[in-house]
Design a protein around this ligand. Structure first.
Ligand code: BES
Ligand code: MN
Ligand code: ZN
Length: 492
């Protein structure tokens, strides 16, 4: 369940809430909500600011319990950093820090006054939406597979009200929908690969369709994909005991308009196949279905908002395993498009399943195709963990996606998709090779996909660096759900 969001017409000192959240800048400067609480409590905040206990530094926070003259049981003072430096990302960071503290307190709800803070260039709706999504993101706990010693706690943080007038209602609706999509994507991403296999992804999609008016779900199995000639996707799938699924979710929100088609890479575990990956860190390859999870999440968000457009969401769900029946380096596969592919590395499998999904996508006569994939380690080397890689030959589409990423703080950065790079994919034994050598790996992967999207308005998002936080405790982030949902909202 996501955190419940609401609006409150509240005054900081008289609001009877388990916790009032207010901001304090560095340099001993209080926000107006903090100043009101300070005044009504006889200087409780200023005293701590003067003593240095409350620094106002970004990322810091302080809980004050039972202040006299204040209706709230607690006041959570979050640091905002220097006022002149406060920008979109710092506002998001402070909202996240507040939620991180709230989820550790024995309370079920809180009222936040953070949306009253001035953020240059952003309006109330943006602030409420951003604060709400940051709250849900930070409050998320993965609990699907329990640690046997964790005891569920009764009073857990579940609702937050934002002090703002009714004009921010639209922001709350969007935040609620996007948070649901992000949660869906994160939960699928975090599940272990023995649970979240292709059949599981398909079942989740079917379940969503069954529960949601106007959504249909079709699931293609191996035999149906054989009939369609998806030799490339099936080549990757043939080494796994978990059969592949091609999931097609559809939403009809507009009468006759051509659909937006979202395509996601859903490798539920990427061992590398016969071109086996090294052992350390291989468990992170359970996240190799985060492109599919992100597209599913964006679909959930867009349909929750009942956006007036047509949407098709294609999830290519496959496991890449080494086996006596696996495909091998040297194999030549025939894709659904008819193009033949020489496999030079079975670890470059994402593009092999996506190419058939992209060909399949074209039967919906799309106005736009966007794919998302944890496609290349090279993209992580190029852009790190902060920006998704965006590649498209269509400048207008690329700019719309970049703008959606900036507005939702789910940012992408464009890399070139020039045909100059195509020669790296030449093969002596087939139309195209599946790897392009050591240079520009993120781009040559996209160049491979481009051969299967000719004549289409198409963009590719490489989310290898952004879809999850690395390390032992790294969780799926839910990216690029905010970017894609913003893009779709902007089209309405
Ligand atoms: N799923 C990986 C890409 C990946 C690697 C994502 C690390 C996130 C972190 C993909 O299937 C892969 O293995 N790509 C290879 C391609 C290479 C063989 C051309 C890679 O990036 O090393
Ligand atoms: Mn791989
Ligand atoms: Zn992969």
């Amino acid at each position: 369940m996501t955190i419940q969001f609401s609006l409150a017409n509240a005054t900081p000192e008289t609001e009877a809430t388990p916790c009032a959240v207010v901001g304090v800048y560095e340099d001993k400067l209080l926000t107006s909500a903090a100043a009101r609480i300070d005044e009504a409590s006889g200087g409780a905040i200023k005293r701590l600011v003067d003593s240095g206990d409350i620094s106002g530094k970004l990322g810091s926070s302080h809980v004050l319990f039972g202040l006299s003259g204040i209706a709230a049981a607690r006041v959570l003072v979050v640091g905002l950093g220097e006022q002149k430096k406060l920008d979109e990302l710092r506002f998001q960071r402070a909202s996240q820090e507040a939620a991180r503290v709230l989820k550790g307190l024995p309370l079920a709800s809180a009222t936040s006054f953070l949306a009253e803070i001035e953020v240059p260039g952003r309006d109330l709706n943006w602030k409420v939406r951003t604060a709400a999504l940051a709250t849900d993101h930070a409050a998320y706990k993965y609990t699907a597979t329990f640690k046997t010693k964790d005891k569920p706690r009764g009073d857990s943080f579940a609702a937050i009200a934002f002090s703002a007038d009714g004009s921010a209602q639209a922001a709350l609706l969007q935040a609620t929908a996007i948070a649901a999509g992000v949660r869906q994507a994160r939960e699928l991403g975090n599940l272990p690969p023995n649970i979240c296999n292709p059949a599981y992804i398909a079942a989740q999609a079917q379940k969503y369709a069954d529960a949601t008016a106007g959504v249909t779900c079709e699931i293609l199995d191996r035999e149906q994909m054989q009939e369609l000639g998806m030799g490339s996707l099936l080549g990757v799938a043939q080494g796994s005991a978990n059969p592949p699924k091609l999931v097609v979710l559809r939403w009809n929100g507009a009468a006759d308009a051509r659909p937006y088609v979202l395509v996601g890479k859903g490798i539920t575990f990427d061992t590398g196949g016969i071109s086996l990956k090294p052992g350390p860190g291989m468990e992170e390859m359970k996240f190799d279905m985060c492109g599919a999870a992100g597209m599913f999440g964006a679909f959930v968000a867009a349909t929750s908002l009942q956006l007036p457009l047509n949407l098709v969401c294609i999830l290519a769900a496959v496991e890449n395993m080494p086996d006596g029946n696996s495909y091998r380096p040297g194999d030549v596969l025939t894709s659904m498009s008819g193009l033949t592919i020489e496999v030079l590395n079975t670890d470059a499998e994402g593009r092999l399943i996506l190419c058939d999904a992209l060909t399949y996508a074209q039967r919906f006569n799309p106005q736009v195709i966007i794919d998302a994939a944890t496609l290349t380690g090279a993209c992580v080397i190029a852009l790190g963990k902060h920006a998704s890689g965006l590649m498209s030959k269509d400048d207008e589409l690329a700019n719309q996606l970049l703008a959606a990423g900036a507005a939702s703080l789910d940012r992408a950065w464009r890399l070139p998709l020039w045909d100059d790079y195509q020669s790296q994919l030449e093969s002596g034994f087939a139309d195209v090779a599946n790897i392009g050598g050591k240079n520009a790996g993120a781009i040559t992967a996209a160049c491979f996909l481009a051969r299967f999207a000719e004549g289409q308005r198409w963009a590719h998002l490489d989310v290898a660096g952004t879809a999850w936080d690395e390390g032992r405790k790294g969780l799926a982030t839910g990216r690029p759900v905010p970017l894609l949902t913003q893009y779709l909202i902007d089209r309405c």
